[in-house]
Write a protein that binds this ligand. Structure first.
Ligand code: ZN
Ligand code: ZN
Length: 381
């Protein structure tokens, strides 16, 4: 017979919980943090960089050492990075994990947002999960269900490549309420996943995420780049090299094969960021040329990696030249000729209704004559 204390000690040793397993009993701390979330205390945008403690993943350790499950069969622990800092592959901007301490990162964590980075090409994917991390990662490794873009990447673009795992944000509790999946928490988790997807720019063709389904209809036809928050000018960057690439007047890189060759000369870790920066320094007409040329090259000699760069270049071009239809329609055309007339006396306001070109012209003539008369000694009084 297993006593309650024995059961608890087993749990803290990290017994593998199946997704269907009943959620562990809540501690008072968990109840409190869940309450905080429903009150909207934990606001992601405000909480960036904040590290609130949470006990959801297991017993807290007093030391700052990283935890490992010490299981020789665990495929997640070797790839799990025990670091709170991470950066976006596309922008190079640095961020810190939210609501978690370094010693709380372990392979059985539940109810959190994570980041996968392909160890071959550095492309990124943001995900959320309620089930323990190692179970979720097994689903990714099997690559049979889930995001098709990510599956395609690990089977066709970087076949068999491994990925690193990082925790971006821990949400309060384990995601269960009264033994059932908490719907409110699920909604919140999706919101936070969407926040990180946009912040780190992981939606295809920038990363491996699909466009989120709950987006309003208006933005469905937008280029993906238009969904991302603009970059802060003074954000922390991975590299301090901020010199813009000087592009000659006759830009040889507008030819796709040259552009591709130039891109491949950069280390894989910064390649996507360099692509974005390079295009930032291009004239729009050169990017347009590059997009057309890339399609021709792709038709001649297709490969998955090239297809990714072509999609990325095209979306950057569409984002740069994008104009919202609604805003366009709302903009009124300026009239060709404008005339400002300020009527201040009662007599002149009666003219208001009679305004036409001829009246206006005769009025101007009249005023001119009047002014001339006024300059005569008879009127100066
Ligand atoms: Zn493990
Ligand atoms: Zn890859």
């Amino acid at each position: 017979m297993i006593t309650r204390s024995k059961a608890r000690s087993r749990q803290s040793l990290g017994s593998v919980a199946s997704p269907r397993a009943r959620p562990p009993r809540r501690t008072s701390t968990q109840k409190r943090t869940a309450q905080q979330s429903s009150e909207g205390v934990i606001d992601g945008a405000k909480a960036v960089g904040g590290r609130r403690s949470s006990l959801a993943g297991g017993r807290k350790r007093s030391t700052g050492q990283a935890r490992s499950c010490n299981s020789s069969n665990c495929k997640t622990c070797p790839d799990l990075l025990h670091s709170l800092d991470f950066s976006s592959n596309i922008t190079g901007r640095k961020f810190s994990a939210i609501n978690i301490h370094i010693h709380e990162i372990h392979c059985k964590l539940q109810n959190f947002i994570y980041l996968l980075t392909c160890l071959c090409c550095n492309i990124q994917y943001v995900g959320e999960t309620i089930i323990p991390m190692h179970s979720r990662m097994n689903i990714h490794r099997k690559g049979k269900t889930g995001c098709e873009i990510a599956i395609n990447h690990f089977t066709n673009v970087c076949p068999g490549a491994k990925f690193s795992i990082r925790v971006l944000e821990k949400l309060p509790g384990n995601g269960y309420k009264n033994g059932k999946r908490d719907k409110e928490m699920y909604k919140y988790r999706l919101e936070r996943e969407d926040f990180w997807m946009k912040k780190l720019r992981t939606i295809y063709p920038y990363g491996l995420n699909e466009k989120s389904k709950d987006m309003n209809k208006k933005s469905l036809n937008w280029p993906v780049g238009k969904l991302f928050p603009p970059l802060a000018r003074h954000g922390q960057r991975e590299t301090e090299n901020r010199n813009r690439t000087k592009v000659p007047a006759l830009n040889p890189l507008k030819h796709f094969l040259n552009f591709e060759q130039n891109l491949m000369s950069f280390p894989v870790l910064i390649r996507a960021n360099e692509c974005r920066r390079l295009l930032d320094s291009f004239k729009i007409k050169d990017i347009r040329f590059l997009v057309t040329d890339s399609k021709k090259v792709l038709l001649d000699s297709y490969n998955e990696s090239r297809n990714y760069w072509c999609d990325l270049i095209q979306d950057i071009f569409l984002t740069k030249t994008f104009q919202d239809e609604e805003v366009k329609r709302k903009k009124k055309k300026r009239p060709k000729f404008m005339f400002l007339l300020i009527l201040s006396t009662k007599a002149l306001t009666t003219l208001n209704s009679l305004l036409s070109c001829t009246i206006l012209m005769s009025l101007i003539l009249f005023l001119k004559n009047f002014k001339m008369m006024k300059s005569l000694p008879l009127f100066t009084g």
